[in-house]
Design a protein around this ligand. Sequence first.
Ligand code: AHR
Length: 309
Amino acid sequence: CSTEAPDSEKTGGGNSDGKITLGFAQVGAESGWRTANTKSIQESAKKAGITLKFSDAQQKQENQIKAIRGFIQQKVDVIAFSPVVESGWDTVLKEAKDAGIPVILTDRAVDSKDTSLYKTFLGSDFVKEGRSAGEWLTKEYADDKGPVNVVELQGTTGSAPANDRKAGFAEVVGKDDKFKVVASQTGDFTRAKGKEVMQAFLKSHKDIDVLYAHNDDMALGAIQAIEEAGKKPGKDIKIISIDGIKDAFVAMTEGKINVVVECNPLLGDQLMDLAKKVVDGEEVPPRVETEEGVFTQDQAEEALPNRQY
Ligand code: AHR
């Protein structure tokens, strides 16, 4: 699926007077976070007078590669994308480089050794998010002798947020062997898969204390599974989640999620700013990180009306 903003103004060959065409290859529409991210990019492009060619890869790397090749053929001025997985980008990134089109990574990173294949990365520190999740858990169970049985719903296999959130969490909770990650499986960042995998966890493990979900949508799906199994989410099974979408804040006010580590999807304005700079050949920092917080149940009520996504 591909939507395009009107490009009647396009002159080709970007310049600083705003006549820039940006090709953006989005991951998909798998989560509330992603929907907010797409909206932010579309609105900011309009505001900045940048023509946006937008492509939705439906969570498939081959679709993203196809979209990027299409942008190269159309000679866009700059390409940005949020790589569905970390590996396997060198060839297409080299094609963009050879065509003289700068590339900006947004939200997710790639593992290419050659960092000259892209100009900058804009997004979150996913390892830090995983650590924050782990730190909440160790504080929450500071006076408990354990064992504390944790199940983990991972994001899309091979994606930077799944790899990094797992690693950051493991680094912190791994310091105390009372924490046992008894099951860890992908829920592909979606509500439906989160529910399905949690149902399987509940069947195979009778004594789950904590769910660590790599995003809110999977946590919200898992809540349904927990309730259908006759247990109380947030009480019988404590829930740690990442993103901070409105629905998760509602679940926190209802006592069903215990803590949410924020991941900011509103990257549009910063992306347009970076796009203009790289098209103009200006120096940009290799990494631009967004600021994020951690919200617990006692803060949820007050924070909810101000949530923007
Ligand atoms: O890459 C960011 C992650 O992707 C978000 O946490 C998740 O909700 C989304 O699908």
